[in-house]
Write a protein that binds this ligand. Structure first.
Ligand code: PMV
Length: 337
């Protein structure tokens, strides 16, 4: 039997810079130690199976078809797994009869702004390459996973993929050439220890919907949206400096998180009940912000809370606390016989 590739990938949380990152502004993003694991084994039977059930025949699949593949499986996670698998096979120029058996397990709640789709894309792409016996650079995994993400939601900034692939806390910014450059911010850890993560409910809207709605708002009200994006950029730059200095970062982050949250509310990506709960946290002397794409009607996905210095934050009872270390290791790979 051919060897089994096993990989694990963390989730991610955007500390600052979501939505603005889509327009080339910088973002601070950290890997969250809730992990997704993928195992892949080459079967040679021309089929891709996910968890032994749904399947897709690879026999007649061209690279173009792999990129366009969007049928055959019921669950959205499976669909993305097939797309990632097909895209990796096409990139590797694997023969048509190459079959793969994938198994996927995840602790990352989907639709929670925790990068579950980026983790799935990176995990499947990396596992497929490893199962095929290919040693590829991290940059190639990122490039292929970003292609998969682009099919998911049109205009991804790429910060999710970089965060889950590389791990740690990253400072990401689009270069003049239009590529995303990310650098580790190794001193950030101290400033993140008091941050709390809450899942406020899965938004009805997808990330793609939220990115598109900000785009529409920008066409209708460019002044308001551009001012909000500039405010997010200023908060993100100041947070990077505070974290890089490693000094009293909790206190330094408080006003910056509040500023970014106000800008996200101006972008209309924070549901009213989530905004109300965040006002209450601010009234207690803390700060909180939506992390990720956010939502409109109900469920804001992930919210980061920084309790008042020396205090604790009171949050709505339906918010679910997620206990996970920030700045987690990125992609981990293993091959077993
Ligand atoms: O929904 P999430 O957590 O994957 O975050 C998306 C972040 C956005 O800035 C809204 C989009 C992007 O591609 O950066």
């Amino acid at each position: 039997m051919s060897p089994e590739a096993a990989v694990s990938v963390p989730g991610k949380a955007i500390l600052l810079g979501e939505h603005a990152a889509v327009y080339g502004y910088p973002a601070l993003v950290t890997a969250v130690d809730l992990r997704l694991t993928v195992t892949a084994r080459v079967t040679g039977d021309g089929r891709i199976t996910v968890d032994g059930s749904s399947e897709f025949r690879t026999g007649a699949m061209s690279a173009a078809e792999a990129m366009g593949f969007s049928g055959g499986a019921e669950a959205p996670g499976d669909r993305l797994a097939y797309l990632a698998c097909g895209t990796a096979l096409a990139h590797a120029d694997a023969p048509g009869g190459t079959g793969l058996a994938l198994r996927i397990a995840s602790d990352i709640p989907p639709g929670a702004g925790l990068g579950s789709s980026a983790a799935l894309s990176v995990g499947v792409v990396a596992a497929v390459f490893t199962a095929l016996g290919l040693r590829v650079a991290a940059g190639t995994i990122a490039e292929v996973a970003k292609r998969v993400e682009a099919r998911q939601h049109g205009r991804p900034s790429g910060v999710d993929v970089e965060a889950v692939l590389r791990g740690g806390t990253l400072w990401c910014r689009r270069t003049a050439e239009g590529t995303l450059a990310c650098a580790p911010l190794s001193t950030a850890q101290a400033g993140l220890t008091r941050l709390e993560l809450y899942h406020t409910g899965a938004p009805a809207e997808s990330t793609g919907d939220m990115v598109a709605s900000v785009g529409l708002l920008r066409e209708r009200e460019p002044r308001r949206v551009n001012a909000a994006l500039a405010s997010i950029e200023a908060a993100t730059l100041a947070a990077r400096d505070a974290l890089a200095a490693g000094l009293d970062a909790d206190r330094a982050l408080l006003p910056l998180m509040a500023r970014a949250e106000a800008a996200l509310e101006a972008l209309e990506v924070v549901p009213a009940d989530v905004a109300r709960a965040i006002r209450a946290i601010e009234a207690q002397g803390g700060a909180a912000k939506v992390s990720g794409a956010g939502g409109r009607a109900a469920g804001g996905g992930l919210v980061l809370v920084l309790p008042a210095p020396g205090g604790a934050a009171t949050v709505p009872s339906q918010w679910k606390r997620l206990h996970a270390r920030l700045g987690a290791p990125g992609l981990l790979e293993d091959v077993a016989a």
